[in-house]
Ligand binder design. Sequence first.
Ligand SMILES: Cc1cc2nc3c(=O)[nH]c(=O)nc-3n(C[C@H](O)[C@H](O)[C@H](O)COP(=O)(O)O)c2cc1C
Ligand SMILES: [Mn+2]
Length: 455
Amino acid sequence: MAKDLRTFLAYLQQQMPESLFSVEREVAPRFEAAGILSKLEQQGRYPAVLFRRVKGSRFPVVSNMHADPERLYAAMGLRGAPLRTVIAEYGRREASPVEPVLVQDGPVKEVRIRGKEVDLFSLPVFTYHEKDAGPYITLGMCVMKDPDTGIRNAGIYRLMLKDGHRLGVQISETSHGHYIRQKNELAGKPTEVAVVIGHHPGFYLGCLSLTGLDVDEFAVAGGILEEPLETIGCETIDLQVPANAEFVLEGIIPPHIREDEAPFGEFAGTYSKRKKNPVVEIQAITHRRDAYYQDSFAGHADNLVPGGFTRSSFILKAVSIAVPTVKEVHMPRSGRCRFICYISVKKIVEGDPKIAAMAAFGADPYLKYVIVVDDDVDITSDEQMLHAVATRMRAQRDLFMIPYAKGSPLDPSAYRGEGDTPMVDKLGFDATRKPGYPDEITVPGAEEIDLDKYV
Ligand SMILES: Cc1cc2nc3c(=O)[nH]c(=O)nc-3n(C[C@H](O)[C@H](O)[C@H](O)COP(=O)(O)O)c2cc1C
Ligand SMILES: [Mn+2]
């Protein structure tokens, strides 16, 4: 059976039951569902949550699926493996794409709704944070096609419900989707888009891979899933979508239309301000008869963890070309899995740490601080990283700044540069030991001490 959301839910029920939290009581889509997710988070719990009954909709909701890295590892068949093994294996599968296969029928076509029958309010779309401008679809994988090459592109972009058939969309300047929509707009043309909702975590991890615009993320998803994605043609637009998704929304982004979108509680943990953004006009919805709607708990672990993971693999590849002795890359939760990158290297050549940091900046525009340490540091520990910064660095020599470089528009420290581009100032840290660094203190014989003999 092809991997999809249902096969993974069944796996969780059987193999990781503690990782699935089922809410039987009816919940309100505005704040109450998010409140439950928030309460779990306050208790340090990150299960996937199945909301069986949501007020105002007949569809159940699966949320928080990607909040716990352990579930993502399990989705790749790597339960219990260390971070470094998982990132290496992700990189290996990313480099072994599997082309999708086109099929004629699939469960996502069980129900087809077109034209005036389309009603986005029939979906159980949640409102998360106090100042959010409305309900948001937060795990819509938006599929488009590059008008120059015809190559498919996929990315998640937040979608605000404006009315029964229109969505506001934030496609950041850091996303390929922005280039595609912009190319079409410059030619005066609309952009066709299919929003895929509800699939196996491997599908999301594959589509979130940091690739070139010339790479079809569905083939990467096939690599991550270790099986081809079955795709099927849309009803009203020239795009193909996974045949065993839960929902697909088909629409177009008309050129030169901008309307108010946001505020919205974003991954940085702050609100994104209201701005003029493009609009998606939905002209058809297809779904499974008993479909699960899937969302991401925006601004929280569910939103942060999957992207950090896929970015690490890409950064590791870029850095290893520049510095062959790189050991590990990690995007810590403390940096929202986006703004801070930790890198360890086995330093053989003085100056390599700065080259490693520059390669990382070149690979990922979201990055703001890159901290490079020796390979004895556990880069999954914020404390060990700060210890290296505190003791092994001299700012004047070991720190470099790149002012006025493109960053994420959702970064609260970003400012608008020429051409309205989101700009940030970036810092690279060489926190490795330099020649002549004093020996670190150790107590001889401590390892062999048996405390029981002394008490
Ligand atoms: C839950 C979630 C929500 C996201 N929301 C947005 C968003 O609103 N806008 C955006 O540009 N990127 C968003 N991203 C990041 C992009 O989906 C990601 O960078 C993706 O690789 C972009 O694909 P592309 O470069 O092929 O367009 C989100 C990621 C996740 C995991
Ligand atoms: Mn892309």
